[in-house]
Design a binder for this molecule. Structure first.
Ligand code: PGA
Length: 253
């Protein structure tokens, strides 16, 4: 899977043009689950652009209640039936907007309840990595999600994005070995504690056309959550093509 998190970028017109360019650029590539996550204001219009292209639509966040006096929030009920995915727990939500682990868990559960696939993002800060607590942090963030669940989700209904905070938007990508180590640990933790299998785990944090193939060559990395580069359709499509090649390689391995 390669998902483009546009963050707070583009006007509606620019977003429509970007979505069209992404669809055109990835149209020859098969086998990769491609998604774009535009701002909320763009979703309805971009849904029409994506129709019939195979590129899926995601929201960058969602609230956990269906309706009510929650000024400024968007509920999963509003997205259900026409939007494919939500992203919850992005580090910018956690660190800039003070979102707690339990709120991320509630958003996760609410999304699933409305038939939306969910990408849940986890990752440590540089201080946490330096302190040797990377595994503890990602386990805590995942455990908080499972604490909100009454029944375990099917592994097909959700995706984990491992995004070390120190690598997001910094140009300082985790090495493939660093990313693989944590992604493998995440899968092992989910299997040991909660589910028979593990969902797909993406890596995110300064993924570019130059480093995508080496990340995808790692056995447990199942794709990328791409920020900055997702605003440039051609470069984004190179990452999608790298994922397609990695899948082909795994099939013949
Ligand atoms: P970046 O962002 O690719 O710009 O580092 C990744 C993300 O925040 O999902």
């Amino acid at each position: 899977m390669v998902a483009g998190n546009w963050k707070m970028n583009t006007t509606v017109d620019e977003g429509i043009a970007l979505a069209q360019a992404v669809c055109a650029a990835v149209s020859g590539t098969t086998g990769v689950d491609v998604a774009v996550l535009p701002p909320f204001t763009h979703l309805w219009a971009i849904r029409q652009v994506l129709e019939g292209t195979g590129v899926r639509l995601g929201a960058q966040d969602v609230f956990y209640r269906d309706s009510g006096a929650f000024t400024g929030e968007i509920s999963p009920a509003m997205l259900a039936g026409w939007c494919d995915l939500t992203l919850v727990g992005h580090s910018e939500r956690r660190h800039l907007f003070g979102e707690r682990d339990d709120e991320v868990g509630k958003k996760f559960v609410a999304s699933l309840a409305h038939g939306l696939e969910v990408i849940v993002a986890v990752g440590e800060t540089s201080d946490e990595r330096d302190a040797g607590s990377t595994f503890d942090v990602v386990e805590r963030q995942l455990d908080a999600v499972f604490a909100e669940l009454e029944t375990p989700p099917s592994v097909d209904d959700w995706v984990i994005a491992y995004e070390p905070v120190w690598a997001i938007g910094t140009g300082r990508t985790a090495t493939p070995e660093q990313a693989q180590e944590v992604v493998a640990h995440i899968k092992q933790h989910v299997r040991a504690r909660y589910l028979d299998g593990a969902p797909r785990v993406l890596y995110g944090g300064s993924v570019t056309p130059a480093n995508a193939a080496s990340l995808f060559a790692e056995p447990d990395i199942d794709g990328a959550l791409v920020g900055g580069v997702s605003l440039r359709a051609e470069e984004f499509s190179v990452i999608v093509a790298a994922a397609a090649e990695a899948i082909a390689g795994r099939a013949t391995a």
